[in-house]
Design a protein around this ligand. Structure first.
Ligand code: GLU
Length: 285
């Protein structure tokens, strides 16, 4: 028997939802409904500086308004920090992570000083300064209470797992290239986890079989695939969809001031019309 399909929508409550979010939620929802599966809602609220309870309420209100219903109580990442800590502990025990004491400005200065510093999809890669610290020095600095994040030793990790791949509904077979991100942060200075670690742990823990999300997160999947292999977690199928753009071809994003679903509701827009348009964009796009 085929395993039940489980998809999810995983917004960060850092602002109101806009049409781009609605599109992603609709695609994940419809995939589950078409496959007789489950659609889950996960609130990714691990960033204490940017997440707000009122945005959580807004997300729930907007999805209800659209008529996209989920099948289990929403999961809040902020309530699951011990799970992420346990995953980090496993990686510590495997000697695949290290504490990094560098400040942003130290990293920037080091990158600026090195001609041809390697760049990844999100900018210059971490130059690896703290990877070279002796274990004794690391322990001393931690014991002295020096602020630090935890980074993945990408080189060691990749050497351990060997080549990896995943299947993407659009791109087909994708060979994982986690090295393009360098030594990513797995636990931040201000939060005991990071997006990469929390999302990987949660998708496995919730039994998500199909990850539907925008193409802007395609590159992050290289890291998630590596973490799955290191932590012995299953690899879901991926559906990285195209991003909705406005009439001028600009990506819809809250930062660019695109209308929120809340403002559309206030203007009297019919949610059924929105969903029909979004489904039409999927069918033709
Ligand atoms: N929380 C992420 C965001 O709002 C999405 C995570 C994911 O779908 O993997 O951009």
């Amino acid at each position: 028997m085929r395993e039940p399909l489980i998809s999810r929508f995983a917004p960060s409550p850092t602002g109101r939802l806009h049409l781009g979010h609605a599109y992603s939620a609709m695609r994940a929802h419809d995939l589950a409904r078409a496959g007789g599966g489950l659609f889950l809602l996960r609130i990714e609220d691990i960033d204490p500086g940017r997440c707000r309870p009122e945005h959580v309420a807004g997300i729930i209100e907007d999805l209800h308004w659209l008529g996209l219903d989920w099948d289990a109580p929403p999961l809040f990442q902020s309530a699951r920090l011990p799970l992420y800590a346990a995953a980090l502990d496993r990686l510590k025990a495997m000697d695949l992570v290290y504490p990094c004491f560098c400040t942003r400005s130290q990293i920037a200065a080091e990158v600026a000083a090195s001609a041809g510093a390697p760049h990844g999809p999100d900018g210059p890669l971490y130059p690896g300064t703290c990877r070279l610290l002796e274990a004794g020095k690391r322990d001393e600095r931690i014991a002295a209470g020096e602020q630090h994040c935890w980074r993945l030793d990408a080189g060691r990790s990749i050497a351990l797992t060997g080549p990896l791949e995943w299947h993407d509904a659009d791109a087909g077979r994708v060979v994982a290239r986690p090295e393009v991100h360098g030594d990513v942060v797995l636990a931040r200075k201000d939060a005991p986890t990071s997006y990469h670690l929390a999302v990987t742990v949660d998708d496995a823990d919730q039994g998500v079989t199909d990850i539907v999300r925008g193409r802007d997160l395609f590159e992050a999947t290289h890291v998630h695939r590596l973490l799955q292999a290191l932590l012995g977690l299953p690899t879901p199928r991926y559906h990285h969809h195209g991003l909705l753009t406005d009439a001028d071809g600009n990506r819809l994003a809250k930062r660019a001031g695109s209308p929120s679903l809340a403002s559309m509701r206030e203007d009297g827009t019919d949610p059924a019309t929105i969903l029909a348009q979004l489904r039409g964009a999927h069918a033709t796009g």
